[in-house]
Write a protein that binds this ligand. Sequence first.
Ligand code: PGA
Length: 261
Amino acid sequence: MVKPLIAGNWKMHGLAGDLDTVATIASVADFEAGAVDVLLCLPATLIADAARLTFTSTLVIGGQDCHSGVFGAHTGDISATMLHDAGARAVIVGHSERRRDHRETDLMVSAKAAAAVAAGLLAIVCVGETASERSEGRTLDVVLGQLKASLAGCDAENVTNIAVAYEPVWAIGTGLTPTPEDIAAVHVQLRRSLIELFGDAGTAVRILYGGSAKPDNAAQLLTIPDVDGALVGGASLKAADFASIIRAGAEIARNRRGHLA
Ligand code: PGA
């Protein structure tokens, strides 16, 4: 059984004054560290300070994107090696906001994921369908196609450094979520594809759900089969909200373990 991962994504939010929130989240992460892993993907400007602040904590600090190269003439870009150097240990790649705002393709996402893994980061590879793709009945085609193409640069040896986040685009920041049955249907197929790609090692890749995960739906989302954690945007900005999602994940993990014991 994989240990759930509760990951926050602050997007373009957070100033130095918000490091207090990071410290509070770190203390909750430490308290629940036996049951869940906790990650906070911060804007690049906060990573080094947050990593120093949480040096003795189990809270993992991550970035939200990286370039596929290591160094070079790419004004404004940050490499996975630089993120690692600043203290990050994970990075989100292929978030739908980057695919949309920066026209990132699966090919680019695949190169970024490979660069992240090579730099020693956990790459959280995001996939998800738009509202129109869903209404056309193409959800599985789109999501599984993105998965395969975005992981083309990774192999079975890398899988401990990979997580997948299923984030329906229409659920992000909208307060809408798919039904538990719909989420389960996608996650089970993602799992199958991961096993096809990586063999047995594919069973250990964590598949997170993201899109309007909140304190009041976290317990329901995190008990869905093959949901191994959550990628949380808006609700990770407030320590109290993110803490209650972390606690929900921890309680579910403890209960599952109890059943197995
Ligand atoms: P949300 O964002 O939780 O605010 O919907 C999730 C994400 O984009 O990762």
